[in-house]
Structure formats: structure tokens, C-alpha cells
Design a protein around this ligand. Structure first.
Ligand SMILES: Cc1cc2nc3c(=O)[nH]c(=O)nc-3n(C[C@H](O)[C@H](O)[C@H](O)COP(=O)(O)OP(=O)(O)OC[C@H]3O[C@@H](n4cnc5c(N)ncnc54)[C@H](O)[C@@H]3O)c2cc1C
Length: 800
């Protein structure tokens, strides 16, 4: 088998990894082209100092780093000296403990060290400056150019062509499909083109009209002259690579000198069009002239932390270019508009082999089985997130924050506000505290509800969980269960699907039977061909050939669009519509007088078109908070009127506006899963406790065959744990001393009076009553597996 004909643009560490992984899977009709010489092309990989710190809050990124380390070791392209991240502040020390938790969650060994142990590992450190450190024995130094060479050599042996000094000038397409790559040396036919062009990515992608949300930024890397305490060192490196994140610094050895990388300087974005050609660049295109003034603070901080450098000098330096994205994650996948045009961009050396493997699996098998890629898919962005101003602003901000301690709920500060629901002015009047989701301003709680606190005991969580939190969250949650609340649900993605082929299309793409009467609503899943969950959706049949789909994000739109036949139309109606969830035991009292629709006759999981006062609406009787009520949709122009009508009528029923904090607490009490957090591409419905949403007997659908095989072999489960302390998510779950799983979502359940944590566990541990512990900073929090749902298992509230 030779596979399809593939041209990879770029022979950096990413392009080389992809060529190797593709050819290892039998795809050998592959050509790698690069404008520079190979293996040192002049791109970012040619001068990367190659530090590989594997631990990341993202499970996927950590797993891709771990694979890269394993592969580079095998290729003799890795110097496994270990990695040490030191803390010089108490806040950083706590953060290192959190990072140690991630390591345990994702299965990488990591040890927390005392100051003495840090110095024993890295003798240049000043003992008195350091409060502790996190040591990862398998971290180390990647030899990036050597890894490029080794991977390209293997690929060549399998038949891959590597063409240095071939600059790609254009990518030809015909009927929306790539056909060839045009280089300065001639044309190369191709079924598939993969852009691995690093900082040049936006330039190459534009050849097919694709906007890549990526910003090249200059990053300072300097080298000292001889450091006295390193004198005579014959090994290239013997101490662990070192991070001093409180001062935005990292270090590596090179014999008796030190390399120093610095993220503390002003952001220096570069327009991809301004990058010089290989021949015009003085050193190489990805290297700009060092600006010593920007390095001054780095040098004094270095002399503080590593006293031996006080008698050394900074002898050389570069402002080297590499890519930043708007959310710190890579850009992978196929263009939505041009078939056959793929990208693997904004990838560090650290993750490069993992990305190569993921891309190869995706291309050869149609999906990636080794890693969950939902965070990395290039089609994840909302339209405003690829606006040039946004891309540069977010890229620069991410550069500044790369080593910062970021709270899981911390919203971006700028550019904001971007998207506001029609209810925004009323929410401001009610003192809403807004966080941000996909650009939407989303209330977390409302200051005006402070009055609800009277007579309530809302337990305060620990310091970390108390950030972006108020006791009002608890009061809003309780008030929802007591009377009625209005939740702004506008930020959730809504798609309209219609046309003669709509029923067959949705039957094929979802796990549910949606071919039911008009007015039916079906909760179901989108699966990949391997049975992994791509999303969970509600499909409301509003007409014989007309559906409204409640989805999770742009990837759902992309998935639908890719599979859509000509007799189906698809529209993202999110921006032009809005939604209020009216939920609580008094919801019917509030809404019924406003409409002629018979709301008692409208059963659970049914929908109807109606009027609320003068406002035409679509009402779906659903609730993620587990209470009687409806999602009420209207067009954006009438949104404010809808809010005012409900609000006014609600005054007699004690209505409140409630925020996302209360919503999360209530949904966890009901055991409702959230895609992207609780389950992802790597989980199947049975493991995730969503088997009820799969109708195997309805006929064929994407993922059905794979599920038939997976059904019988559940080895892990998403389980519900009760805790005394509130955690935040991603913490390890211990069975004795063994890290057995990790937390997904967590919150305090204000009705049940307990902390709740959902967690992935081996099936053998996911049995009610099983006692476990959650690793939370330096503590072990007791956790007990519980029967779910925790609240109203008989569903009397919802069906009432
Ligand atoms: C100073 C500095 C320090 C860094 N330190 C680290 C570190 O310690 N650890 C880490 O993990 N990462 C580090 N990075 C980041 C890392 O170097 C990059 O993210 C990584 O090398 C990108 O690899 P790539 O293959 O995507 O890009 P590149 O290596 O830039 O490869 C892209 C290739 O595409 C080719 N190309 C582009 N356009 C065309 C065209 N039109 N025609 C033909 N060929 C084309 C280029 O010539 C180039 O060879 C650092 C980066 C810098 C700048």
C-alpha cells in the first residue's frame, strides 16, 4: 500500500515526524518539501534549545509530549536529564503541587522536592531563593535537528521523497479539492497537502484562502560564556533542565555555558509576510537580532537564582520566532473549505512526535485513536476568533501569560466584551459578574441576589476554589430548587438542520432515533467511526423536515457540514437567536399565564412553538438543572422583550436571575455530563454512562459497528464521587497510593450539602461505597463513590 499522494510543506520537527509516522503506516507516496536546507532548514526547529517539560493541564498535550520523549529516546535524539521547575513564591509552590496532581492524573512520574533536594539536583541554585521544586525524571533535552534528520532518514528508507530548497509558491485546487503544490522548482501533484510550515503557516494557508489563527512572536534565547561552577564539564548537560516561572525564565546547560530563555519581555509579534527568505536572512529566517535591553531583567533575575552566573557574561542571543495561538493549543486538521488541505501548526518540539502520530492516524484511519484531539482541531474557532486583531491580541497575551498561574475559571481580559446576549443590559442592572465563554459575556452570579443570602448557610470552599466564586452561587442554586430562576442559555450553540434529507442525515449522524413526531426532542450523541463521543446534542423536531439542534461548539457545525448531503441545509442560528432557561418548581406558575400553549400537556422532552406575551418563541421542555421548566428561544431582536416579560411576571413568584456557577452545581447534582470536560473523543457512551442515549436497533449510524464491539468491554467508568472539600477538576484520584483516575467536573452540591466530583476510574473501583482520595494541592481529600443521580432519581421534579 502506498496510500494517497501527500505533500508535506515544511521539514521542521513537525513535518519530519509526520513523514515518519505516515510512512510507518504504509503511506509512502509522500513528498516533503522545504524552502531551506535539510535538516537545518532555517525554521524554528533549527535553533530550538529543545527543552521538553511534559506536564501540562491538558491531558492530550501531556500525552503527546510523553510520546515525543519516548520516540526521541528511541531515535537517540533526547538527553534525558530530567526537568526541575522551582518555586520562589508560596503561590508558585502551591501551583507546583497542582502540577504534580496533573502529572499523577495523566500518568507521568513527578516528585516534589525540598529546597535542599532542588540544590542536590541542580547545584547552581541558590538554596535561599528556592522554596521547593517539581522534578520530572523523564523530562530533558530534545535534539531537534537530529530528530528531524532521524525521522526523515527512516521515512526516506520507506520511499518518502525529501526535497530541500523547494519553496512552495502556491497550492492548486480544483472543485474545492487540492490537486498540486507549485514550487519554484516545478509542480508536484497531490491528493493531500499538509501545511507544517510553522511561522509561515498563515502565508501557506492563505494560498487556499484559509485564515490560520496563529501569530509568530519573537522569543529571547541567550547563551552565557563559561560559568565558573560548570568549568570542566565534558557532558553537554548533566543537570536537569530548569524553569524559574516566577521570573518567566528557563535554563539548559551546554557544556560549561548556560542557555537562558525568557518570556518576560514585551510581546514582539511579527507579520508572517515580513519573515525574510532563506537567502535574505542574515542568520536564518526565524532568527531576528537580539535586543539586549529586553533581556536586562532576565539577566539580573538569573544572577539572583544562580549565583555562579554573576561572574559570567551573556555572550550571544537571538530573538527567535515561533508560533502562538489564541488558546495555547495547536492547530490540527483539515480545512473546512478545501478538501485535502490539512494543517499541523503551532506545535512545540515538545509535542511534535505526538502531533505527527495523531495527524498520521487521522489521515490514514480517518480519525485519531491515540489522543483526544477536540481541543486541537483547527475548526474549533468561532468566526470572531479568527479576526486578525483578535488573533494578534490573544497571541501576545498568551506569550505574556505562558508561565503565569491561571485559574481554571479565569476569563480573558481583552478583547472584551465581544458577544453579548440581548439580556446583557438587564444582567448588568442586576450586578452580574461576567465570565467569558466562546466570546460570550456569561453571568457567573448576580450581585443583586446578595439579598438571598439572609438565613442561608453557604459553606465557603478553600482559597483556590473560592476564586471567581461568591456565596451567592449557592443561594442561586438553592433558590432555583425552591422557586424559579431565569438562566441565560444564549451561549450554547444552536444549529438549524432542514430539507428533504434532514431525517436520514440526523439518523445517520446521531445515536438517537430522531424520526419521531413533530415536537419531539431527543438527547443523543455524535460518535466517530471508532465509537468515541464527538459531542452530545438535543435534536428538536420542529417540523417534518425541520430540526433545531442544541450543540456544543463549532466542531459540531464542522462535523455536520462535512457529512451534509446536498438535500440538507445547515445554519448556525446561535448569533441571531437567544435562549432563557426558566426552571424551578414555580416555573409553570410564571410562564403559563403568559402563553396560550397548554404547558401541562407539553410533556418532558417535547417542544412547541408558542407566544410569550408578544414574543414568538420555541419552547423545549428540557432542563440541565433538573427542575421543571423550558428552554425558551426567540430571535435576538426580541430577546430583551422576552426577558422583561418573564421577569415582570416572575415578580409574584420570587423569580431570580441565576448564573453559571449555580447551573454547574445543579447539573452535577443531576449527573448531567458536559462534553469536553466529562467525556471527550476518547470515551465511548457506555463508559461515560450515556448508553441510554444510544439506539442500536434504529438502523445504521456513524460509530454503531464500533460500539457493538465496545459495549461488552467497559474497563473504565465516569463515576460520581462525594467529597467534604470542593475541588476544581483534573485532580488525580488515588486508590491507596496508586493514582487510579482523574476528576473531570467538580462543584459543591448546594441541595445535597456535599462536594461532588465526577471522575474517570477503572470500572473495578467505580462501585458505590468505594472509598478513595482526591489529590488536591498538598492534601488528600476523602471521596466516596456514590450512586447517581444524587438528586431526584425518580425524576419527579422534571416530570411534574
Ligand atoms: C528561541 C526559541 C526557543 C524555543 N524553545 C523551545 C523549547 O525549549 N522546547 C520546545 O518544545 N519548543 C521550543 N521552541 C518552539 C519550537 O522551536 C517550535 O515550536 C517548533 O520548532 C516548530 O516546529 P515546526 O516544524 O512547526 O516549524 P519549523 O521548524 O519552523 O518548520 C517549518 C518549515 O516550513 C518551511 N516552510 C515554510 N514555508 C515554506 C514554503 N512556502 N515552502 C517550503 N517550505 C516552507 C520552513 O523552511 C521550515 O523549515 C522554541 C522556539 C524558539 C524560537
Amino acid at each position: 500500500m502506498t496510500g494517497q499522494s501527500v505533500v508535506i510543506i515544511g521539514a521542521g520537527v513537525v513535518g519530519a515526524a509526520l513523514a515518519d509516522e505516515l510512512s510507518a503506516r504504509g503511506w509512502t507516496d509522500v513528498t516533503v518539501v522545504d524552502q531551506g536546507d535539510v535538516p537545518a532548514t532555517g525554521g524554528s526547529s533549527s535553533h530550538a534549545p529543545g527543552l521538553v517539560f511534559q506536564i501540562n493541564g491538558s491531558k492530550t498535550m501531556t500525552e503527546m509530549a510523553r510520546y515525543t520523549v519516548e520516540k526521541f529516546v528511541e531515535l537517540d535524539s533526547f538527553h534525558q536529564v530530567g526537568g526541575l521547575e522551582v518555586a520562589t513564591t508560596t503561590e508558585r509552590l502551591a501551583e507546583l503541587r497542582r502540577r504534580q496532581g496533573w502529572a499523577a492524573s495523566w500518568g507521568v512520574e513527578a516528585q516534589l522536592l525540598s529546597p535542599e533536594e532542588c540544590v542536590a539536583r541542580h547545584s547552581l541554585l541558590d538554596r535561599d531563593k528556592v522554596l521547593g521544586g517539581l522534578y520530572i525524571p523523564t523530562d530533558g533535552l530534545a535534539r531537534a535537528v537530529r530528530a528531524v534528520d532521524a525521522q526523515l532518514s527512516r521515512a526516506r528508507e520507506r520511499g518518502v521523497r525529501v526535497l530541500p530548497r523547494h519553496e512552495v509558491l502556491d497550492v492548486r485546487t480544483e472543485g474545492g479539492q487540492v490537486t498540486a503544490v507549485v514550487t519554484d522548482q516545478g509542480e508536484i501533484p497531490a491528493d493531500i497537502v499538509v501545511c507544517c510550515a510553522g511561522i509561515w503557516g498563515p502565508r501557506v494557508a492563505r494560498m487556499v484562502g484559509m485564515e490560520l489563527p496563529l501569530t509568530p512572536l519573537a522569543h529571547q534565547l541567550a547563551w552565557t560564556g563559561p560559568v565558573p561552577d560548570l568549568a570542566g564539564q565534558t557532558a553537554e548537560a548533566s543537570r536537569p533542565i530548569l524553569r524559574h516561572q516566577d521570573a518567566d525564565l528557563y535554563y539548559r546547560e551546554r557544556f560549561d555555558t548556560l542557555g537562558i530563555g525568557y518570556y518576560g519581555h514585551r510581546p514582539m509579534p511579527v507579520d508572517p509576510d515580513d519573515i525574510l527568505s532563506v537567502d535574505a536572512a542574515e542568520v536564518m529566517p526565524s532568527v531576528l537580532t537580539f535586543t539586549p535591553d529586553d533581556f536586562a531583567d532576565a539577566w539580573s533575575e538569573t544572577q539572583e537564582l544562580l549565583p555562579s552566573t554573576r561572574s559570567a557574561k551573556v555572550e550571544e542571543g537571538i530573538n527567535g520566532l515561533f508560533s502562538f495561538t489564541t488558546d495555547h493549543l495547536p492547530l490540527m486538521g483539515q480545512s473546512r473549505e478545501v478538501k485535502g488541505f490539512w494543517v499541523a501548526e503551532a506545535v512545540w518540539v515538545t509535542h511534535s512526535a505526538g502531533v505527527g502520530r495523531a495527524m498520521a492516524e487521522w489521515l490514514v484511519d480517518g480519525h485519531c485513536t491515540s489522543f483526544d484531539l477536540h481541543e486541537c482541531d483547527v475548526n474549533r474557532f468561532e468566526p470572531h476568533q479568527i479576526a486578525p486583531g483578535y488573533v494578534v491580541a490573544r497571541g501576545c497575551q498568551n506569550y505574556v501569560e505562558v508561565y503565569d498561574i491561571i485559574h481554571p475559571l479565569q476569563p480573558m481580559e481583552d478583547p472584551r466584551p465581544l458577544r453579548t446576549s440581548p439580556f446583557h443590559p438587564r444582567q448588568q442592572e442586576l450586578g452580574a459578574v461576567f465570565l467569558e465563554a466562546s466570546g460570550w459575556e456569561r453571568p457567573q452570579w448576580y450581585g443583586a441576589n446578595g439579598t438571598l443570602l439572609q438565613g442561608r448557610e453557604i459553606p465557603a470552599p478553600g482559597d483556590w476554589a473560592a476564586r471567581y466564586w461568591s456565596p451567592i452561587v449557592g443561594a442561586e442554586a438553592q433558590a432555583t430548587r425552591e422557586s424559579v430562576a431565569m438562566y441565560d442559555m444564549t451561549a450554547l450553540k444552536r444549529l438549524e438542520v432542514g430539507g428533504p434529507g434532514a431525517v436520514a442525515f440526523l439518523q445517520r449522524l446521531t445515536t438517537g432515533d430522531v424520526d419521531k413526531s413533530v415536537g419531539s426532542v431527543t438527547y443523543c450523541l455524535l460518535l466517530d467511526t471508532d465509537g468515541g463521543i464527538r459531542s452530545d446534542v438535543t435534536v428538536a423536531r420542529l417540523g417534518p423536515q425541520h430540526f433545531q439542534v442544541g450543540a456544543n461548539g463549532n466542531l459540531d457545525l464542522d462535523w455536520f457540514d462535512r457529512h451534509r448531503p446536498a438535500d440538507v441545509y445547515l445554519r448556525d442560528i446561535t448569533p441571531g437567536t437567544c435562549c432563557i432557561g426558566v426552571w424551578g418548581p414555580r416555573a409553570r406558575h410564571l410562564v403559563q399565564p403568559l402563553t396560550t400553549a397548554d404547558l401541562t400537556a407539553l410533556r418532558y422532552f417535547r417542544g412547541t412553538r408558542a407566544y410569550i406575551g408578544n414574543v414568538p418563541v420555541t419552547m423545549l421542555r428540557l432542563s440541565y438543572v433538573g427542575e421543571l421548566g423550558w428552554e425558551i428561544y426567540t430571535t435576538a431582536d426580541l430577546g430583551l422583550k422576552l426577558w422583561d416579560t418573564l421577569w415582570e411576571a416572575g415578580q409574584d413568584h420570587g423569580v431570580i436571575a441565576a448564573g453559571r456557577g449555580a447551573f454547574t452545581s445543579l447539573r452535577l447534582e443531576k449527573g448531567y455530563r458536559s462534553f469536553g470536560t466529562d467525556m471527550t473523543f476518547e470515551h465511548d457512551p457506555y463508559e461515560a454512562g450515556l448508553g441510554f442515549a444510544v439506539k442500536l436497533d434504529k438502523g445504521d449510524f456513524i460509530g454503531r459497528d464500533a460500539l457493538l464491539a465496545r459495549k461488552e468491554s467497559v474497563t473504565r467508568r465516569l463515576a460520581c464521587l462525594l467529597t467534604d472539600e470542593v475541588v476544581m477538576g483534573r485532580e488525580p484520584v488515588y486508590d491507596g497510593e496508586h493514582a487510579a483516575g482523574y476528576v473531570t467536573s467538580a462543584a459543591y452540591g448546594h441541595t445535597i450539602g456535599k462536594g461532588i466530583a465526577y471522575a474517570w476510574l477503572p470500572a473495578s473501583l467505580a462501585t458505590p461505597g468505594r472509598r478513595l482520595h482526591i489529590g488536591y494541592f498538598d492534601r488528600r481529600v476523602e471521596a466516596v463513590v456514590a450512586e447517581e443521580p444524587l438528586f431526584d432519581p425518580a425524576m419527579t421534579r422534571l416530570r411534574g
